[in-house]
Unconditional design. Structure first.
Length: 593
């Protein structure tokens, strides 16, 4: 089988190929996913509540800005009663803002939680649609470490989307509200230039626009590389996580072969790749800090400098000056939303790209049979037999280039109840035929006609035992309620796993608790319950000793009504198989380019 490509270069190549997936196409896809999500109604209600709280908060900030005038005038006039009166007004405004801020914080968290609920469940549902996950693993580097996109990227996208959306709405409402205030304050400002008075309507509004606009433009220029760097960072982090998980899952063979040094070197290389990207991000953030911090400190004095000509010209009182400064700061804060959130926006774009590309790839798995140069036809019909006609299978798009394909010329028919071994040229990649019979390998030519999928059971060389109770493992993928206690006990008795009968309700990591022989027996007990009419094995006896192979073969032969197709080389299986099908190798030089 063509193993999924796991190198950084292949991942980069794939993401380069998906560059045609534009930003607006990504938004459209994720918007469509949201609209069909089960959390849509909840999120819309939360959005309405948030909008109400934001409007109330902006109104109270507007009142706070108006409060500046009488408060600072009271200070300027040394009017103690008016000063204490304005402190009471401040207490009411500040208390109201505190309550509103607490409510908004809670709504923010609930929105983020529900956003992640909908997004993660949607991605998991799309990933676990029948046959999609394995098709993706066989056809694209995206299938190598989907856990990163399903977990970390989905979390980032949900949280950052919530924070940025709320921040953008809040900044927009602030801008609309305080631009009017700032315009009214500076509507008749006049500057004295060369002995002449020049009236500039809305003088401070234009000054705020120029000030914040220049800061945003400069930030955009300095930090233009950050979205791409963040995308690369997520990719390298995913590769590091995969390397760690892969080593952890294979500690036994690594230790037995003294391969710790090799694995250490590979993991260290992944760590180095992450650190290289982090250094580049650190430099980009440092350069961006020159702009953000520089304008941040300048904002302390900028509104006073801008309003100073009007104040010294007698157009403003001290209270009016402070009100103008407050309004300018609110407008500037709203206009500076982009510069203040440049890094989160870069993170958001990177997370959106990775999640939307992953989701699009999953959706495309349903159309994977429509591949240029491939004309393999796979069909199912109830009953009947298996018919293979002029089969040519070749490695898929995730191939490293060294794998061989397989050829089976002419027409081959397998009827129910037969015992057939599929073997042939040692160079032929027999595993591709196993995948094709399961409907998981579309790369090739010819015709495959199969019985109904529900009548077929495919037993891979390495089985899967879910982390569940033994009762659930026995019934997998059906519900344990579909079978009685007596049926399960009988199945375990038939495969000579008497010691597991008392553990039917126990939950364990069965792939670690049971040895290979007992795992194989357990899978056959599962087959006894399912009672398929066709059993297809992918070299499943290869790792077992000869005596165990004979015992397992005896159990297999007990399925008298089922056809048993063994894809692989087994001298033991030949003793019950009067028929063998010979495959030929499709060499790389003979494959279409």
């Amino acid at each position: 089988m063509a193993e999924p490509a796991q190198t950084a270069d292949k991942t980069s190549e794939f993401e380069t190929e998906t560059a045609d997936f534009s930003f607006f196409a990504q938004l459209k896809m994720m918007g469509s996913a949201f609209w069909s999500s089960h959390v849509r109604t909840r999120l819309l209600c939360l959005a309405a509540a948030l909008l109400t709280i934001i409007l109330l908060t902006v109104y109270m900030q507007y009142r706070l800005n108006q409060w500046n005038t009488p408060f600072y005038n009271a200070l300027e006039q040394r009017n103690l009663p008016a000063f204490f009166e304005q402190l009471k007004v401040f207490a009411v405004i500040a208390g109201s803002l505190l309550v509103l801020n607490v409510i908004q914080a809670w709504l923010n968290q609930m929105t983020s939680l529900n956003m992640r609920d909908g997004l993660t469940r949607d991605l998991v549902d799309q990933w676990m649609r029948p046959r999609r996950a394995l098709k993706l693993a066989n056809s694209s580097p995206l299938g190598v470490n989907p856990d990163q996109r399903l977990h970390e990227d989905a979390r980032n996208l949900a949280e950052i989307t919530t924070n940025l959306s709320i921040g953008l709405v809040n900044a927009t409402i602030l801008l609309i509200s305080f631009v009017g205030v700032l315009w009214a304050i500076s509507s008749d400002f006049a500057l004295r230039l060369w002995g002449m008075e020049v009236v500039i309507p809305g003088y401070m509004v234009w000054a705020a626009l120029i000030y914040a606009g220049s800061a945003s433009a400069l930030s955009n220029f300095v930090g233009r590389r950050m979205p791409r760097l963040n995308t690369e960072r997520y990719s390298k982090e995913a590769e590091l996580r995969f390397a760690l998980m892969h080593a952890n899952e294979n500690l036994m063979p690594i230790t037995l072969t003294n391969g710790e040094e090799n694995e250490r070197r590979r993991i260290q290389q992944s760590v180095t790749a992450v650190l290289i990207i982090l250094r580049r991000l650190a430099l980009a953030m440092t350069n961006l800090t020159w702009v953000s911090s520089g304008f941040g400190w300048l904002t302390t004095i900028a509104p006073i400098l801008i309003a100073a000509p009007a104040y010294f010209g007698g157009y403003l009182t001290f209270g009016g000056l402070m009100m103008a400064v407050g309004a300018f700061n609110q407008v500037n804060t709203a206009l500076r939303w982009y510069i203040d959130n440049f890094r989160p926006i870069a993170d958001w774009k990177a997370a959106l790209y990775r999640v939307s590309v992953f989701r699009r790839a999953l959706l495309q798995m349903d159309d994977l049979t429509d591949i240029p140069g491939s004309s393999l036809s796979i069909s199912h019909s109830e009953g009947g037999s298996i018919v293979l006609r002029d089969i040519e299978l070749r490695p898929g798009t995730a191939s490293t280039g060294a794998e061989r394909g397989v050829i089976l010329t002419g027409e081959t028919q397998i009827t129910q109840g037969e015992r057939v071994m599929v073997n042939g040229d040692p160079r032929a990649n027999r595993h591709l035929l196993f995948l094709a019979l399961a409907g998981l390998w579309p790369w090739g030519k010819g015709e495959i006609r199969l019985p109904g999928l529900s009548d077929m059971l495919f037993i891979a060389q390495k089985g899967y035992l879910p982390d569940a109770t033994l009762r659930e493992v026995l019934a997998y993928p059906n519900s344990p309620d579909d079978y009685s206690q007596e049926q399960m006990i009988e199945a375990l008795d038939r495969v000579e796993l008497h010691g597991l009968i008392e553990k039917l309700s126990a939950r364990d990591r069965w792939e670690r608790t049971l040895d290979e022989e007992d795992q194989m027996r357990l899978r056959l007990a599962n087959a006894i319950l399912i009672a398929p009419k066709w059993i297809v094995l992918d070299d499943a006896l290869e790792t077992l000793d000869p005596q165990t192979q004979h015992e397992i073969l005896k159990l297999l032969n007990g399925f008298t009504d089922a056809a048993i197709i063994y894809i692989g080389r087994s001298e033991v299986f030949l003793s019950i198989s009067p028929r063998a099908i010979h495959l030929q190798a499709l060499t790389p030089s003979a494959e279409p380019h």
